[in-house]
Design a protein around this ligand. Structure first.
Ligand code: MG
Length: 555
């Protein structure tokens, strides 16, 4: 039955174990600490947790440099702790997905050590080598401005190796069938330990052809089907959520025409255009991005997000649009990163303006797809721009006003310090304080998540953008199984009055029931609705109102 597709209407919460909760006072978050916070996560209404990498790693790229795919890094606990955690999540009805980082390994991985040491090793061909420095070695870096090349010479191997990311992250030769078989084995291992799927890192690079003689890399999409088939044989309801910042005309290559590849992809088009819409108070390019990303198989779903653990990548906007977003949300050079994005958290980008932050979330929660929240954003946590690159937005969770935000009892210097002092310091901004305040961001997020779960039309339905006559007012309608909802967002800093028609005057479209207040809308005799929207207003309406309750069988 199609409604069994849990990911179509999930609420995903992303966190990194190392910065969430430390149980043993060593200054590093761990699975035992996370276990103690599962009721907090459950209370938010989250239905799935996405764990960032926690496998054994030298941690030179926050765990995205894996040195053992089959273990938990000892800093975070043991495999036993991991299984306790997945079991605890399951008990609360929460699924767990984990990062799958298989484009590259750490240079400390035993496979790479063996490969560079011995040309006859079976692992030699698990990586990508060249006797001489290939042409184009100075192009295609993932971290421009920080990373200088994609081919680095290794003295032990007496050859150059390919690395799309940092030089300590040699690319796996994913075309090698033995490497592919190992990737399946890794998935099978974690499935057995209780996870419901994977957020696959850097998918376009994983499936790309690699090598010194590769001029223009080609994507080997069939590989995605191999991953999908294996996963579904092992555990039918497990999924892959692909990180693939690609152009809309290749979306279907990732989903598969028959829905036989990735179940989910992050919608980077919607993300970038959403920030442009907020910056310019202009919804037109967001509407275009949603139309462009509309095609997907019935079983496919978008992952929607505002900010994630990386920089806000604005590389798909026009130069002018990108400059508009920079000017509004990251004007200082120090706030920008890799020539393409902004490295800040959401709240400081929006200058702590509660109205705008809630508008942004309301938009994200009502766009077609499954919302993905990042830990700390439910509190409106800030960033620490004195930290290098993306670390500024990877600071520990702020639980209380106790020392170090209640994250750890350790007094050692932390790898990434808790934000202290100022508007975003843990002294003022923390979960304990926000739980007691009914108007806090935390309580607002809980309420909006609850409402989002009561509007399955977003995950299942067809949407269309409703013309409002104002480019700063964005209205979307969803229809599903004879039910309809309408969302209206005022992106501008001024109040707006809009008039629009949904249908004929005598149909159920004549009543819009506001889901958050008693401020309902009745159409006039010609079927027109007139709404007065305050600055940065968001409105959620059920079209036809109470009819809906009678029609729905599941409540
Ligand atoms: Mg610890």
């Amino acid at each position: 039955m199609i409604s069994d597709l849990w990911y179509k209407n999930a609420i995903i919460y992303c966190l990194s174990v190392g910065t969430y909760m430390d149980s043993n006072a060593d200054g590093v978050g761990d699975f035992a600490g996370l276990m103690r916070r599962l009721d907090y996560i459950s209370g938010l209404g989250v239905t799935a947790i996405w764990l960032m990498p926690f496998q054994t790693s030298p941690c030179r790229d926050d765990g995205y440099d894996v040195a053992d795919y089959y273990n938990v890094d000892p800093r975070y606990g043991t495999l036993g702790d991991f299984v306790e955690f997945t079991h605890g999540a399951q008990q609360r009805g929460i699924r767990v997905i984990i990062d799958l980082v298989v484009n590259h390994t750490s240079d400390q991985h035993p496979w790479f050590k063996e490969a560079r040491r011995d040309p006859n090793s079976k692992y030699r061909d698990w990586y990508v080598w060249s006797k001489t420095k290939p042409k184009g070695a100075d192009t295609g870096m993932v971290f421009p401005g920080v990373q200088k090349t994609t081919w680095t010479r290794d003295d032990v191997a007496n050859a150059y190796y390919f690395h799309r990311f940092y030089e300590f992250q040699p690319d796996l030769n994913t075309s090698n069938p033995h490497v592919q078989a190992e990737i399946l084995k890794i998935m099978g291992f974690w499935i057995q330990l209780g996870v419901s799927g994977f957020r696959m890192d850097a998918v376009p690079f994983v499936i790309s052809t690699k090598g010194a003689d590769v001029g223009k890399p080609a994507e080997q999409y069939d590989m995605l089907r191999t991953f999908r088939e294996f996963l579904q044989w092992r555990q039918g309801d497990s999924i892959i959520l692909a990180e693939a910042n690609v152009l809309p005309d290749t979306d279907m290559e990732y989903f598969g025409d028959d829905g036989d590849r990735m179940q989910m992809m992050f919608n980077f088009q919607a993300n970038q255009n959403l920030f442009y819409a907020l910056a310019a108070a202009d919804s037109r390019s967001l509407a275009k991005a949603l139309e462009a990303t509309k095609p997907r198989p019935a079983t496919g779903q978008w992952g929607l997000f505002l900010r994630n653990h990386d920089e806000l990548d604005l590389g798909r906007l026009t130069d002018k649009q990108r400059q508009t977003v920079f000017d509004a949300f990251g004007p200082e050079k120090d706030m920008q990163l890799y020539d393409r994005g902004i490295r800040r958290r959401l709240a400081p980008m929006l200058r702590g303006d509660t109205r705008r932050i809630r508008l942004a979330y309301s938009l994200m929660f009502t766009l077609p797809g499954t919302p993905v929240l990042r830990y700390g954003d439910e509190l409106g946590m800030g960033d620490d721009l004195s930290l290098p690159e993306r670390n500024c937005a990877r600071t520990p969770m702020q639980w209380s006003d106790e020392p170090r935000g209640g994250f750890t009892k350790s007094e050692k210097k932390l790898a990434v310090p808790v934000i202290s002092g100022g508007a975003y310091g843990y002294e003022h901004l923390n979960a304990a304080q926000q739980r007691r305040d009914p108007d806090s961001m935390l309580n607002w997020i809980e309420r909006i998540i609850r409402m989002r779960k009561e509007v399955p039309e977003i995950g299942w339905g067809d949407f269309r953008v409703v013309e409002t006559g104002e480019q700063s007012v964005f209205a979307m309608r969803y229809d599903w199984r004879d039910n309809a909802v309408l969302f209206v967002h005022n992106l501008s800093e001024g109040a707006q009055e809009i008039t629009f028609r949904l249908g004929k005057a005598d149909t159920s479209d004549s009543l819009l029931v506001n889901l958050f207040s008693d401020d309902h809308s009745h159409a006039d005799e010609r079927g027109r609705h007139k709404l007065l929207l305050e600055a940065y207003a968001y409105r959620w309406y059920r079209v036809g109102g109470l009819d809906y309750l009678l029609k729905r069988s599941d409540i």
